[in-house]
Ligand binder design. Structure first.
Ligand SMILES: Cc1cc2nc3c(=O)[nH]c(=O)nc-3n(C[C@H](O)[C@H](O)[C@H](O)COP(=O)(O)OP(=O)(O)OC[C@H]3O[C@@H](n4cnc5c(N)ncnc54)[C@H](O)[C@@H]3O)c2cc1C
Length: 458
């Protein structure tokens, strides 16, 4: 439908001419995300603060256009796509680290701060922000909060939600609200902070965040183990957790992801590797060393073909470069992928892995799995060419089977990527009608005109 000329003029007045664009080349850049889908917005805005965002929301209510908040556009589920057109609200200019309180272990930031920059900044002060999605060098804190990002360290340290103390946010009706606390505890009223975190930009635009920090662990040890049997690798994951050690990461890669990694960010995995684990432990020097030795014993007792402990910072970097390269390098196998991030109880990982390999054999689909095995979160990637109708239909049927099996094991459809548009058709498999009804009512209370990120979740 497009924006009226009068609306364009008002928007441009709010943010300033140089922070408004309706040029096709700009719209193209803000109409896609990591799913590869494209929906063209009518305009892209780069507001500077909550006040401007509030004025934009009020105008959206009166002139009737959708507003879609956007961080770095790395969403894997289409959460940041302007599926109904309207305005993309890029938060990149809200990128200040406002305050680091080393005494009280908090940091106050704006949402456009890149997660990796925040991590490096606090680490220089001996502090630690654990959530570390593999996209951390690109994705923003605002996007991480909206999707409740996880990542490899969630197995020990939890997810983004566990570190958010308080927020400033702009409601779709234009009011600027403050939620939560700056203290370690706080139970006054409903927990609006936790409601907004993970709401995929559908309830409010986050404009300021208070995050909890931890002391930087004294030592971190990084190990890689390779296996000639995927099943043995999966069994090892449960054994490590059962042993009472809580590693800070416990990642796995299957044969296909290892092959990809070796092409794009070689890490020296042997040819016949069927599965690899990346394990990190942290803490005091002595306890970490003890944990490494115990894990090493366990790995060999489960037939690991090789175990390596990184000796230098460069070796650690190479391991993580390889791990973080998997997702984007998978296109080696096909022009399109269907990317799911199911979670199953840890002990059910071997069942899930076996089922995935059966589905792959029966359908001829290339299924690549890797992920955060320590918390049961498996990234399942079905590689395909969507232009091939038959292939696409087979892949969609496989997704159905994978989701049904995941739920039958007591799992969930998404551990960290969220629903967005790609999982929207499946949400009712997991969430009941009454609960969906409640969620819709909450959305209506926050956003009576349905202007904020419409067309997502349900
Ligand atoms: C290579 C790769 C690896 C990844 N690895 C991981 C991983 O390990 N773990 C993981 O959890 N995810 C991972 N992701 C997914 C993605 O990076 C995360 O979902 C991330 O949190 C998105 O951040 P973003 O800044 O790119 O947000 P966007 O993609 O721009 O937006 C995501 C959602 O947040 C909303 N949003 C953004 N900013 C705000 C704001 N200020 N206020 C309100 N809503 C807002 C948007 O409307 C949208 O709904 C990966 C993605 C890629 C491409």
């Amino acid at each position: 439908m497009g924006l009226r000329r009068s609306t364009i003029n008002k928007l441009s007045d709010i943010v300033g001419k140089s922070h408004f664009s309706s040029l096709k080349e700009d719209l193209l850049c803000y109409g896609y995300d990591a799913t590869g889908n494209l929906f063209m917005p009518d305009a892209v805005l780069f507001p500077a603060n909550a006040e401007e965002i509030s004025k934009i929301m009020v105008l959206a209510g009166s002139d009737g256009f959708p507003v879609v908040p956007r961080g770095a556009g790395t969403s894997m589920v289409g959460a940041s796509l302007p599926v109904e057109g309207g305005v993309v609200l890029s938060l990149v200019r809200l990128n200040r680290i406002i305050d680091i309180d080393a005494e009280n272990f908090t940091i106050t930031v704006e949402p456009g701060v890149v997660t990796g920059d925040l991590q490096r900044e606090v680490e220089e002060k001996g502090l630690f922000y654990p959530p570390d999605p593999s996209s951390s060098d690109i994705s923003t804190i605002g996007g991480n909060l909206a999707q409740c990002a996880g990542g490899p360290r969630a197995v020990k340290y939890g997810v983004t939600r566990d570190y958010v103390l308080g927020l400033e946010a702009v409601l779709p009706t234009g009011e600027v609200i403050q939620t939560g606390v700056k203290t370690k505890k706080g139970v006054v009223g409903y927990d609006l902070t936790r409601l907004i975190v993970g709401s995929e930009g559908t309830l409010a635009v986050i404009t300021k965040v208070v995050l909890r920090l931890l002391p930087l662990p004294e030592t971190v040890k990084t190990m890689t183990a390779v296996f000639t049997s995927m099943e043995r690798a999966a069994q090892t994951v449960s054994a490590i957790i059962r042993s009472g050690i809580v590693p800070r990461t416990l990642e796995f890669m299957d044969r296909a992801s290892i092959k990809c990694v070796e092409k794009h960010a070689p890490c020296g995995f042997p040819e016949n590797t069927d599965a690899a684990l990346i394990i990190e432990v942290d803490g005091g020097e002595e306890e970490t060393e003890k944990a490494v030795r115990r894990i090493e014993e366990l790995l060999f007792s489960f037939d690991a073909a090789r175990v390596e402990i990184a000796k230098t910072a460069a070796e650690v970097k190479a391991v993580w470069k390889a791990r973080k390269a998997i997702s984007s390098s998978l296109y080696y196998y096909g022009p399109d992928k269907i990317n799911e991030d199911i979670v199953v109880p840890r002990t059910k990982i071997p069942d899930m892995v076996a089922r995935l390999s059966r589905i792959s054999e029966e359908t001829g689909l290339m299924i690549v799995s890797f992920g955060h095995a320590g918390d049961g979160n498996i990234h399942v990637n079905i590689m395909l060419d969507k232009a091939n109708q038959k292939h696409h239909q087979t892949a969609l049927a496989a997704v159905d089977e994978i989701f049904d099996f995941t739920l039958s094991l007591g799992g969930t459809l998404s551990g960290e990527h969220g629903v967005g548009i790609t999982k929207k058709p499946y949400i009712t498999k997991e969430v009941g009608a009454v609960e969906i009804g409640l969620m819709k009512k909450i959305k209506k209370v926050f956003d009576p005109g349905n202007i904020l990120n419409p067309g997502k979740l349900f």
